[in-house]
Design a protein around this ligand. Structure first.
Ligand SMILES: Nc1nc2c(ncn2[C@@H]2O[C@H](COP(=O)(O)OP(=O)(O)O)[C@@H](O)[C@H]2O)c(=O)[nH]1
Ligand SMILES: [Mg+2]
Length: 163
């Protein structure tokens, strides 16, 4: 099981839907609005990958879902100047969580199709990634993506496939 986290409106649902459609999966996303989680099943080369999206509003409860999690996809909206540094703080609190000490992280800078987005380096500065990387042991893979143009889709799928 992989978790997909990030602030409200950062683009998690649309990105996960795009990953599903590309692989022609006939299972539709089951939504459980009461607890604010969505389950996605993605089929790559006949292997099934389950991803649970947790909404940004429930970030105080995210850690309830950390047990046994090996992979985290963290989605940041690169076009949202107001949200981006808060997204970095939130990312740091989950990376520093003891239950995720062995987890692999994929940081997705999404909405890269938007003209007024932050460029990769600016976004990483605002997220304080340089500072984090000195303090954390986990590997963080960084990908630029867009659910509209499909940018980053192959990178995300191959990260999911990696053991
Ligand atoms: N331009 C653009 N808009 C996006 C992209 N991804 C999501 N959005 C829009 O951002 C809003 C929030 O997306 P959603 O996936 O629901 O965010 P979530 O709250 O993280 O699940 C919606 O209006 C989407 O259409 C993207 O890659 N590019
Ligand atoms: Mg969502």
């Amino acid at each position: 099981m992989t978790l997909c986290l990030g602030p409200t409106g950062s683009g998690k649902t649309l990105l996960l839907k795009k990953l599903q459609n590309i692989e022609n999966v006939d299972t539709t996303a089951t939504s459980v609005p009461t607890v604010g989680t969505n389950m996605f099943t993605i089929k790559i080369d006949n292997e099934i990958y389950n991803i649970r999206e947790l909404g940004g509003v429930m970030s105080p409860l995210w850690s309830k879902y950390f047990n046994g999690i090996q992979k985290i996809i963290y989605v940041v909206d690169a076009s949202n100047l107001c949200q981006i540094s808060a997204a970095g703080v939130l990312l740091y609190t989950i990376i520093a969580h003891p239950m995720l000490a062995q987890a692999k992280f994929l940081l997705v800078l999404t909405k890269m199709d938007v003209s007024y987005r932050q460029m990769r380096n600016e976004a990483l500065l605002m997220l304080q990634m340089r500072r984090f990387e000195k303090e954390i042991k986990q590997k963080v893979t960084i990908t630029e993506a867009s659910a509209i143009s499909g940018e980053g889709r192959e990178e995300i799928l191959s990260w999911l496939k990696k053991k």
